[in-house]
Write a protein that binds this ligand. Sequence first.
Ligand code: ATP
Length: 437
Amino acid sequence: MEQANLFQEIVSLCKRRAVVFPSSEIYGGINSCWDYGPLGVELRRNLKDLWWKAVVQGHRNVVGADTSIIMHPEVWVASGHRDHFTDPLVDCKSCKQRFRADQIDLTKCPECGGQLTEPRSFNLMFKTYMGPVEDDAAQVFLRPETAQGIFVDFETIFNGSRGKLPFGIAQIGKSFRNEVSPGNFIFRSREFEQMELEFFVDPSTEDFWFDKWVKERLEWYVSIGINPERLRTRPHGPDELAHYAKACVDIEYLFPFGWKEIEGIANRGQFDLQVHARSSGKQLVVFDQVREENVVPSVIESSSGVDRILLVALVDAYEKEAERSVLRFHPTLAPTKVAVLPLMRKEPLVEKAVSLEEELRGSFTVEYDDAGSIGRRYRRQDESGTPYCLTVDYQSLEDDTVTIRFRDSMRQERLPVKGLTGRISELMKSREPMPVE
Ligand code: ATP
């Protein structure tokens, strides 16, 4: 199938099954803001949990933080965002559409062929006012990245955790960018969520840690079931580097619309702590016991977007077969782990199925469904990516077994109800269902 059609199918599946869809749609929607429904929200939570488990809980020397979206306006002056966080913008004099000057041929408007204005800088930070008076003194910004909250809190968190270098602080939270050209569904939006790690190291070790995090982060995508053939790393050339970065590697994914960045790993050197120290007048240093001197740590950053990785998960998992559409999520990512289906909506099948549903609900996200033919119910679960369907039939009433049906192979086996929770937990560890003896 053509890539553009495939992408369109994923977008319509997301709408039809209320996974993710335009915000405020009954008012015609608002450009590039998205709402997540029940399946989408479970998928988001799983994604964030897997990231948190790997990045924070998986390392003795990484801790979490949750900093505010609105910060002191001086933060954005010191960080360089107020002056440098801009995109070059051009307007079409005929159709009035706006474009990013670095993304189009500047000889004519890509939409109507009209004449374009000269490029001008457009700051991507959303502005608002704090308090009742709307003047310059009250102007504040919605954060365009979560990282700055970590830098300005570095000292408090490092000392409060009795930290030692190397030391990481991680955060998941909303960021806002007034993007000139949002698009490709949830790939680029104006309100989105980021997962960021700032890893503080002795400057003499920064190259070692940079390489280590690039490797570790790439492996993480494979561990959550993303096809390694659709992943690659791309180092930034010297002319591409952001003003704060010494080195940067993007992790890219092959979307239906081409290879695109999903995560940036940067060696930010001492830039951030130095500029905030200068601007705030506070010393942001760590005492090195061996050298007996203060050191300004260097920072290795991993920065990714929840919504963008969620799109990766959807695109990577989606398959259209002759008889069905299926989302082949890794079981740990799947929004619903288990569907419980009585063969028919009849007693005592329903009673047994409901009691099984209740038993499993404590351990997994479970959906109960007794409406329509069993085949249609299987298809519905395939489309939402549920890896296991448990069917309660007449044999279940006699010998306390159920049929487990695997999403990917559609193979079916009988399993005893006793010990089912443990069995499903075992199965969930691998992407391909293990043969059931
Ligand atoms: P681009 O060049 O694509 O605008 P960037 O290099 O400015 O992106 P970063 O500042 O490196 O992006 O952001 C880190 C991560 O945050 C990105 O890899 C992406 O996953 C996510 N992200 C950034 N901007 C957006 C957005 N507008 N919508 C959704 N996710 C985003």
